[in-house]
Design a protein around this ligand. Sequence first.
Ligand code: SF4
Length: 303
Amino acid sequence: MAYYRKLNDYLKDKYGGRVQKVAIDAGFTCPNRDGSKASGGCTFCNNLSFSPYAMSKKTVKDQIEKSMAFYKSRFKNIKGFLAYFQAFTNTYAPVEKLKEVYDQAMSYDEIIGMSIGTRPDCVPEEVLDLIASYTAEKPEVWVEYGLQTAHFRTLRAINRAHSVAEFVDAVLRTKRRPSIKICVHVILGLPGEDYEDMMETARLISVLGVDGIKIHPLHIVKHTVMEKQFLRGEIKDLTIEEYARLAVDFLSILPKDIIVHRITGEASEEELIAPHWCLPKYKNEVLKAIDMEFKKRNRLVLV
Ligand code: SF4
């Protein structure tokens, strides 16, 4: 029984067993940090994670092989792996360099596809063509666009350094290559946004007809601009109950068959400032609160 369509279930149905994402840090950076779009990064983004010392020194091959071995020892019945280019902006490099990195990941038989996290202002046509080219052999190819909010003033306030129009443009251009699946990342509880603002973000995503969604509660981590704003009392954090209601309302606006890549978010004890329930140990509690909220509303169960 499920109240929404989870990525794991979608993959399981499609491939007949567990498909595990393996997270890869391919050593890319971000145009919102290196000055080409802006500097300082998004106000929720951990500055220290951009230190060259924090960037991965492991090769893509190393990371994939170690992760696959780890998951194989942990789970039986793994049908395949999805290479997840997660860290920073994974289309922010010359197309030749991107090809080299994506080729490495896709060369493994057990890798059934990939998911590429990026910004909507970093997908020129030749990059989308390159990404689409992999789908002929391995059709499970996703691009994950960080949007966070569909409100320009909020985007400006959190220093995203891209616009809503750039997001719409990226989605429409990606959809011209229908073999690429699109996932959108949003944050609920951003400073300055009220309930209707967040629901309007859901409406925009809904009309664009994307394939997947990743929803995070705003959580404040150390070494960010938001840490300072929070400590000055300028940002209010959500309770679990508030977040569960918002997440359910948000998801209820989206098509029922949208694939939910994530519906909460966590940070480690060393990193997290607030809210406390974004520690990994509360993850099940958050998921339970969301399910309870769906149950209360008698949402139809998906099959
Ligand atoms: S959140 Fe993403 S876009 Fe923003 S600074 Fe961090 S890596 Fe760059």
